[in-house]
Design a protein. Structure first.
Lengths: 146, 137
């Protein structure tokens, strides 16, 4: 069982530069063919300041910081035993190439079902850009198969 | 693309039909997404963890649902996007993403459409259900 004293704990702050090359690679990996996600001129013509980050990209980028995997390691949760339970984004402002996003993460809840056979770790994250503008709120539930 | 004045409850989004998932799909997504959990790309690791094979990242399927939404309305109009993963998406699964307008409502002075979205494989098994809120500019 995961130590419930983790509930409420802040995880490390992650600073994520949003890079155009990474956005193009991400778009390719999900089969996104709309040119606004890979061609700067098309993005600008569509009203974006630069290539926009697709709706789920922030989750991807936040993994780079390693804070979640580090948390799992400290909780002694084997990485082979986790599944993704839920994921939610609330979008407050666009994120585009060149932005530097800071993500703050907190463990908001831990609970179990089926007599502990499954445990659920809920994390909430707030993301803001280099100008201090809040760009997204994120909620994530990881399921642990015990 | 959705035109605000034409959006009605019951409207269905054009479905997004994906090719069957290959190992290559998962290798590329692991690199691009930063999710390097070996359970998705290393068969030996997956077997040691008690799984018969590697399986798809949930966030790959959510990204496909994101494409369904941004094909229908510009991303700048997307306000909320949430999903629940119901089952593992396996290699060889050919995923179809679907969505339907279930409500139109006003939030913070903006007219919005609430959509129910889902992804299913070629056997009709639902893998993800979720919701999106899209501003109708």
């Amino acid at each position: 069982m995961i130590d419930r004293s983790w509930i409420g704990r802040e995880l490390g702050q992650a600073v994520l530069p949003i890079e155009a090359g990474r956005l193009k690679f991400f778009a390719k990996s999900i089969g996104e063919a709309n040119p606004i996600y890979s061609d700067e001129a098309a993005a600008r013509a569509a009203g974006y300041a630069a290539l926009p980050a697709p709706p789920t990209f922030l989750f991807a980028a936040s993994l780079d910081s390693g804070v979640v995997f580090q948390m799992l390691e400290e909780m002694q949760v084997p990485i082979g035993k986790i599944l993704h339970g839920e994921q939610a984004f609330e979008y407050l402002a666009p994120i585009v190439a060149g932005d530097v996003i800071t993500v703050r993460s907190k463990v908001s809840n831990i609970y179990d079902k089926k007599n502990g056979a499954l445990e659920f770790i809920e994390i909430v994250q707030e993301a803001e850009n280099q100008d201090g503008v809040r760009v997204a709120e994120i909620r994530n539930i990881t399921v642990v198969r015990n | 693309m959705a035109k605000a004045e034409e959006v009605r409850v019951g409207d269905r989004l054009p479905e997004l039909v994906l090719a069957p998932i290959r190992r290559e799909t998962l290798a590329l997504f692991a690199g691009a997404s930063g999710d390097h959990n070996p359970i998705h790309i290393d068969l030996d690791f997956a077997r040691r963890a008690g799984m018969p094979d590697v399986f798809a990242h949930g966030m790959l399927s959510m990204a496909w649902l994101g494409r369904l939404l941004t094909d229908w309305a510009p991303q700048a109009q997307l306000r909320r996007f949430s999903v629940r993963f119901l089952g593992i998406t396996h290699l060889g699964n050919a995923i179809t993403c679907a969505g339907e307008v279930v409500e139109t409502l006003e939030i913070n002075g903006e007219r919005c459409a609430r959509l129910e979205i889902s992804s299913r494989n070629q056997f009709g098994q639902t893998k993800i259900v979720g919701e999106a809120l899209i501003a109708l500019a």
